[in-house]
Design a protein around this ligand. Structure first.
Ligand SMILES: [Zn+2]
Length: 526
């Protein structure tokens, strides 16, 4: 095993046949938050994302648009996929494209290794191929077509007829790995999560595995087999390899040792590729399987899976242009149980933005900073122990408990649970201010000590929130951190240990706070 301090998380690489929708954004944000969280707890965290650029579907789309496939891919990467990362403030460490020479060379090396080891053989294949899925279908997978395809068998995902392909192909001996895969799932019960997906995968593998056709002899767009130049590699087989070709396998063994194995964050529809084919490929090469495959659910809009083909695709910047990227990042992780399907609606987004961000976290922060400015000339007051009451001790407990709860939830990838824990702190602090009424205490000159205790406790709580929310909302938390004087007295926000965020006296005293503009401005949602 590599060092336990390593935390390598990878998103699936995204297919460049079209532009991103919010489902892609959701995956990116989840991976980014998990990477930032672990990095900010001292792990050697590394986040990988990228694009999948080969295959028949890309070739056909490019040809239909009158351009070469490489040109098609270059254009989409530059105009759509890289800008998505900026739009959502994704702090990825690398971006791999399957047309990168580093990928193509390592894929050929991997194929040669498996061929030499006897895990690749040549044979005839006839099957039903869905170009949309880029995979062969079993007859039992197909459903009856409707409308113009009535009377034909169609792909259940694409609703379009499949093609009957017969060709002389190369095969990967996937069937040999049934027992070893079942053993992996048994020995490492959290290898596939959530449980529903794990059960489905175990049932699938238990039924038996067919060898996998891994090459195409017909006109295609892909990486040549090193041992037969008339074939290119099946797009899924080489795309999966990005997780190791990006981390130095075959070129930089030290880097590979440092990173691998990865946590694979995937949509549940591609869990089979990542939890069955991918670990088998790695076993064949004598490499460790991924650390974990975590399948998140689908985003639903009006009950349908988000995708362009269903015409419900919403571009991420449709949301960020109105609400900002912090709100995008917060909303999807807060509102949806990570691992389950979740519904998106503009109404729900607007309601949470107003209640939790503008009126909740944002307003709390502004009030605390402005009261310190008004009552203590902007200087964070010192507190005498004798001025502390049970109310302050309760807030100390809340900070410690919810910080621990948030960290434990993030360790289990339960991002929504971590955000629910942090929300308890917002809620408790707002309740605390309502009860303590510092604006009333301020009128009593003799109660300066109590006023200091209340405002310090509130300011320290807001400090904890700035730290705990920073992996999710880096922009707003950065503004708050700088208003609290955090960088001057505690150092950079992203250097603050999340596990220590709940400290009762984490904020130094005696320094000045600065002005704080509204973190989440009111939005006219007409
Ligand atoms: Zn299909």
């Amino acid at each position: 095993m590599s060092e336990p301090s390593s935390f390598f998380i990878a998103t699936p690489i995204f297919y460049v046949n079209d532009v991103p929708h919010i489902g892609h954004g959701y995956t990116q944000v989840a991976a980014d938050v998990l990477a930032r969280w672990n990095r900010q707890n001292g792990k050697d965290a590394w986040m990988l994302t990228g694009t999948d650029e080969h295959g028949q579907k890309i070739l056909r789309t490019a040809m239909a648009n009158g351009v070469e496939p490489q040109q098609w891919a270059d254009n989409l990467v530059e105009k759509a996929w890289l800008p998505l990362l900026e739009t959502l403030d994704i702090a990825n460490d690398d971006f791999i494209r399957t047309t990168d020479p580093r990928h193509e060379q390592a894929v050929q090396k991997f194929l040669t290794l498996l061929h030499d080891r006897g895990f690749i053989y040549q044979g005839d294949y006839e099957g039903f191929y869905c170009v949309g899925c880029e995979e062969y279908k079993q007859l039992s997978d197909l459903v009856d077509g409707e409308g113009e395809f009535e009377g034909q068998k169609v792909c259940p995902s694409h609703g379009r007829p499949v093609e009957v392909l017969k060709e002389n192909n190369y095969f990967f001996t996937l069937s040999h790995f049934q027992d070893r895969l079942l053993e992996l799932y048994r020995e490492q019960p959290d290898f596939i999560q959530p449980e529903s997906v794990r059960n489905e995968i175990i049932a699938f593998v238990t039924r038996g595995l067919d060898d996998l056709s891994i090459s195409r002899a017909q006109l295609d767009w892909g990486i040549e087999l090193p041992f037969d130049k008339d074939h290119v590699t099946y797009v899924w087989f080489e795309a999966l390899l990005n997780y190791i070709t990006a981390t130095g396998w075959g070129s930089d063994e030290q880097e590979f040792e440092r990173r691998w194995p990865a946590i694979q964050l995937v949509g549940k529809d591609i869990a089979r590729f990542h939890a069955v084919i991918w670990p088998a490929m790695l076993m064949a090469a004598g490499l460790q399987p991924p650390r974990r495959v975590f399948a998140h659910g689908w985003l639903l809009v009006g009950g349908e899976k988000m995708s362009k083909t269903k015409l419900t695709g919403i571009a991420p910047n449709d949301i960020t242009d109105v609400f900002g990227s912090d709100a995008f990042r917060y909303y999807f992780l807060r509102a949806i149980t990570f691992g389950a399907d979740g519904s998106f609606s503009w109404e729900d987004l607007a309601a949470r933005y107003e209640a939790e961000l503008a009126n909740g976290f944002g307003n709390l922060s502004s009030r605390v900073v402005s009261m310190i400015t008004r009552y203590f000339d902007g200087v964070v007051p010192e507190v005498a122990q004798s001025d502390l009451s049970d109310a302050e001790r309760h807030i100390h407990d809340v900070l410690a408990e919810q910080t621990a709860r948030a960290n434990a939830a993030m360790d289990r990838f339960m991002v929504h649970e971590a955000l629910a824990a942090i929300w308890v702190i917002v809620d408790e602090l707002n309740g605390y201010l309502t009860e303590q009424q510092p604006w009333v205490v301020a009128k009593d000159e003799a109660a300066r000590g109590r006023l200091a205790a209340v405002l310090y406790t509130a300011a320290n709580g807001v400090r904890a929130l700035a730290v705990l929310y920073s992996p999710v909302m880096p922009n707003a938390c950065g503004l708050l951190w700088s208003a609290l004087g955090g960088t001057r007295v505690l150092g950079e926000l992203d250097q603050q240990l999340l596990s220590a965020a709940g400290a009762a006296e984490g904020l130094p005293t005696g320094h000045s706070v600065g002005a704080l503009e509204p973190l989440f401005p009111r939005i006219d949602t007409e």
